[in-house]
Design a protein around this ligand. Sequence first.
Ligand SMILES: [Zn+2]
Length: 175
Amino acid sequence: MISRNDALPAEQSARYYIDASWFEENGLSFPDILRVRMCESCQTKPMGEIEEAPPPAELPARSRRQAQLYSGRLAAFQASKANRGDPVKTIRDCCSKRKNFIQPEMPTMEAIFRVCLANGNQPITLEHVREQLAEWCPGGGCQWLTLPIETLARLVQNDRYYGIRPLGGVLAGAR
Ligand SMILES: [Zn+2]
């Protein structure tokens, strides 16, 4: 058991991030974990599947209009290709902007995990996490918003499912 006195101020000012390697070490697939957090339209697009690049045969610009169409399709292709290898970016740029990405009834760790994703998994302090959570809870009464920072820190430290660890530190839940 961890006593109340174990929460150090240093741990509260630490910046946290999701360690992708933690999932592999624990026999879990990080891409799969991310995928279920994606919005419906990103989920229905299989991750390995991208739109084909326009065939070169269409390249000769017979008209200015065709050339414009081609460059538009090429840009869309390149954008989908760029996002394909990085589900974190997909979530940051698309899914986390959707209305129900974080919901009041979600478990606290789930909400913290999603804030990390919405930030593109840039290391973040728990204070900052809570500021962002506030944006998802206009009424202010959500369970995960009313918790003190030290409780959030303890939850993250004791967690065994989300692979969130302090930058430069060890993950308490790793076995
Ligand atoms: Zn999406």
